[in-house]
Design a protein around this ligand. Structure first.
Ligand code: MN
Length: 488
């Protein structure tokens, strides 16, 4: 996890006198310290803001400091919003308005007018909320007692989404070759993606990668092979194929690290000079947190890297995925997801096996090595980012992954089986209506709400297909959103 931190900015004013302000200061410090112990990223108490200048100063500093991944504001007392307007207008970091109060209960005996003047977040936070609404400023509003686990979980989840914003703004994608010929949904406006999401998407020749592969030493290959042996079961005699994948991985990683890239794409249609499509190589790179997209799909590649960074420990169970085929038997309706090789082992329910098999698609001279495993059971989401022309749309669908209902002994790739919400067939109808791609990021540990937070912070359209979605309601929603987004 990178050294991200969040700044606690508490609102007040001079009206209540120095004693009240000293108490607010002490409490803000205490709250930041206690919250830092339970949240995924530290909360730094920055200032009790009482003036226009203090707000502008802290926003300017937050915008400038790379490690500040967002600000959390709260008005302990009433804090008139005109002093916040200029600062908040200029804020370009994620903002969470935490509507909390220091005390949990109203103290029956103690409560008097002094208590009321000190503890008036209930109206202070409403004045503060108006400023956000009036400015049309994207913000997360979380209400709850600051010691309550439910409120803390909400803040922690939002923090991870805010880290996803920071990761997005510095995202660099290395493309080996172009998109698969003639495919529409993997295309997109890279300038739009860069101005809206911050992504730098550029191409490197496959020949450059082959050159880098030829420079990899035997010692480097042996070291990575030993790592593969410690992580995975070797279920093939074709050790040369595994070592060839190690050569590919080392070369891709060196090229990406030299450029600061956290994601990559390639295509089976451009393997000139390579014996195997990277399979195991791409899978192991994904397990290290790199994003990947097949067939030149740079959008899904960047989204994979961002959602991994938003997951547990800064590298969660999120992976490039593709809907392949359905089981349409009544009562057992499931999607079978896989890819021709490249499924991230962060989804695996048990230790993956390295196997080698013939791959008919593409220009593979030799059988590529790949990890084969079953995906875990559990609730999750699938996410697709599409370019609607003039704007980006993020589609998120709730899913429930199951243990694959068939062993499928001749399927030579990793596989995940799930039921889309609200049910497979309605879910498919909704997904297709919204224009969702065949490529997705499947995640077990990033929630739909976090993706909604991320989309709000990136200021792009968000469509959520849930257990309550119907094609009729969705059609209306898409129609109205289309108009709204064209007006922006
Ligand atoms: Mn694909």
């Amino acid at each position: 996890m990178s050294n991200y931190e969040f700044w606690f900015v508490v609102g007040s004013q001079f009206l209540y006198g120095p004693e009240v302000l000293a108490t607010v200061d002490t409490r803000a410090k205490e709250m930041a310290e206690e919250l830092s112990k339970v949240l995924p990223y530290p909360v730094v108490d920055k200032v009790t803001a009482k003036t226009h200048k203090e707000v502008c100063d802290v926003v300017r500093e937050a915008n400038y400091q790379e490690q500040c991944a967002g600000i959390i504001t709260w008005c302990h007392t009433f804090s008139p919003s005109k002093m916040w307007l200029n600062g908040l207008k200029d804020l370009n970091k994620p903002w969470c308005h935490f509507a909390t109060q220091y005390n949990e209960a109203i103290p029956n005996e103690e409560i008097d007018m002094d208590f009321m003047n000190l503890n008036q977040a209930a109206h202070g936070d409403r004045e503060h909320g108006f400023a956000g609404a009036r400015l049309r400023k994207p913000r997360k509003v979380i209400a709850g007692f600051w010691k309550d686990e439910k409120a803390q979980k909400k803040i922690g989840d939002w923090m991870k989404a805010a880290v996803g914003v920071s990761v997005s703004k510095s995202m660099k994608v290395m493309r080996f070759g172009d998109n698969m010929r003639e495919v529409a949904v993997t295309e997109g406006d890279k300038i739009e993606a860069q101005t809206q999401l911050g992504w730098q998407v550029n191409t490197w020749a496959t020949g450059d990668l082959v050159k880098a592969m030829n420079e990899v030493t035997d010692a480097e290959i042996e070291a990575l092979y030993a790592e593969y042996c410690s992580l995975y079961d070797i279920a093939t005699d074709n050790i040369d194929a595994i070592k060839y994948q190690a050569r590919e991985e080392i070369a891709m990683k060196k090229m990406m690290d030299a450029e600061g890239c956290k994601a990559f794409s390639n295509t089976f249609q451009d393997l000139y000079g390579m014996e195997q499509l990277p399979g195991l190589a791409s899978q192991h790179l994904m397990s290290l947190g790199y994003g990947y997209g097949g067939e030149g799909d740079w959008k899904v590649s960047a989204m994979t890297a961002i959602m991994k960074a938003m997951g547990e420990g800064g590298n969660g169970a999120s992976a490039f995925m593709e809907d392949y085929t359905y089981n349409l038997v009544d009562g057992q309706e499931y999607s079978l997801g896989a890819h021709m090789l490249e499924v991230c082992p962060s989804l695996a329910s048990s230790k993956p096996r390295i196997e080698t098999h013939h791959l008919g698609i593409g220009m593979n001279e030799k059988d590529p090595a790949r990890l084969v495993f079953e995906g875990k059971e559990g609730k999750g989401i699938v996410v697709s980012l599409i370019d609607m022309g003039g704007r980006l749309r993020l589609i998120c669908q709730d899913i429930e992954a199951v243990k694959p209902i068939l062993p499928m002994p001749n399927l030579p790739v990793a596989r995940v089986m799930w039921r889309a919400m609200p049910d497979l067939l309605t879910g498919v109808e909704c997904w297709i209506l919204a224009g969702g791609a065949h490529h997705t990021v499947l995640s077990y540990d990033v929630s739909a709400e976090q993706m909604r937070d991320w989309a709000r912070m990136m200021e792009i359209e968000f469509v959520h297909i849930t257990k309550d979605t119907t094609p009729e309601k969705l059609e209306d929603e898409l129609f109205l959103k289309d108009i709204a987004w064209k007006l922006r």
